[in-house]
Design a protein around this ligand. Structure first.
Ligand code: C2E
Ligand code: CA
Ligand code: CA
Ligand code: CA
Length: 279
């Protein structure tokens, strides 16, 4: 409002200044995070709705810096993309996640899938296929136990390159999931063109289930679309029993969310596997 005039503006600019400084600090700390071993991966269980057992994990990056404390990936990933660090960080994530899955395979859980989030900048990198291949070769993990999660915006920004890269990944047996599905510019034609294996229904559609009829209809429509295109489908962000009951009543294949488990350390994920819970 006008009568707040200068005062308002002043606060705003101090805020921006603070934000810019914090961003600069995060950028500087990020550059050394790998060598200082400040990154870890947490693993969120993914539940097979048919068997009700843990069938895989999504690797989620965690950063704990001495001075800044824990900074969430929603904050530092976009900064890493902006300052050109995402490929280096993404490579670390891929190697670590493949290695960890292989350890679980060797421990007797040889059916586990590992899902890894990809930034659009990684997919279009010339070296990307090599990086994925190296992570698989080094860990001795078969490609079919690795799933890469891409977002619609990442794919549509570089559709031609994305189609080519996905083609190469699929030749290596690697699976492709479309993350946060429904929030972007969903178009049926590119779903088919891109040869995607799985849709992950965004949490925002699950949040108001079972109460919101609109969201039930949307979720059901996404699941039908996936079925008709022969794609697997995962519901993300399941927090309540009602939400789980709802997706169980559909032909959704997999579910993930705090209702089953928060993201866990590797050790705690292994404890969970050893308990072999059914949900
Ligand atoms: P995402 O890929 O959509 O991951 C799901 C996010 O929702 C995770 O947050 C997870 O901890 C959280 N979540 C899972 N279940 C529930 C639930 O039931 N309720 C609620 N409220 N939240 C739930 P997180 O770990 O903070 O990650 C945020 C985003 O950061 C991810 O969203 C992903 O886009 C990005 N990210 C995380 N790790 C990586 C990575 O290694 N590489 C890249 N490029 N991005 C990553
Ligand atoms: Ca994801
Ligand atoms: Ca997601
Ligand atoms: Ca997301």
């Amino acid at each position: 409002a006008k009568h707040e005039g200068k005062g308002h503006y002043r606060y705003y600019s101090i805020d921006l200044d603070k934000q810019a400084k914090l961003k600069l600090k995060i950028s500087n700390k990020l550059r050394r995070a790998i060598e200082l071993e400040e990154f870890t991966l947490n693993y969120q269980p993914i539940i097979d709705i048919e068997t009700q057992e843990v069938k895989g994990a999504e690797a989620l990056l965690r950063w704990n810096n001495k001075e800044l404390g824990c900074v969430g990936p929603d904050i530092f990933i976009p900064i890493a993309e902006e300052i050109g660090l995402i490929n280096e960080i993404g490579n670390w994530v891929l190697r670590q996640a493949c290695w960890q899955n292989k350890q679980w395979h060797l421990a007797g859980y040889s059916y586990l899938m590992m899902s890894v989030n990809m930034s659009s900048k990684q997919l279009v990198n010339d070296d990307f296929i090599n990086v994925v291949n190296n992570a698989l070769v080094k860990s001795q993990l078969e490609g079919s136990y690795l799933e890469l999660e891409l977002t619609e915006t990442a794919l549509l920004g570089n559709l031609e390159i994305a189609i080519e890269q996905i083609y190469r990944l699929k030749k290596m047996g690697v699976c492709i999931a479309l993350d946060d599905f429904g929030t972007g510019y969903s178009s049926m034609s590119y779903l088919v063109k891109l040869k995607i294996d799985r849709l992950k229904i965004d949490k925002s559609f699950i949040d108001n289930i079972p109460h919101s009829e609109d969201d039930r209809i949307t979720t059901h429509a996404i699941i039908s679309l996936a079925n008709n295109l022969n794609l697997q489908v995962t519901a993300e962000g399941i927090e309540t029993e009602e939400q789980y009951k709802y997706v169980k009543s559909t032909s959704c294949n997999a579910a993930q969310g705090y209702y089953f488990s928060h993201p866990l350390t590797a050790d705690n994920f292994k404890f969970l596997l050893d308990k072999s819970p059914t949900f």
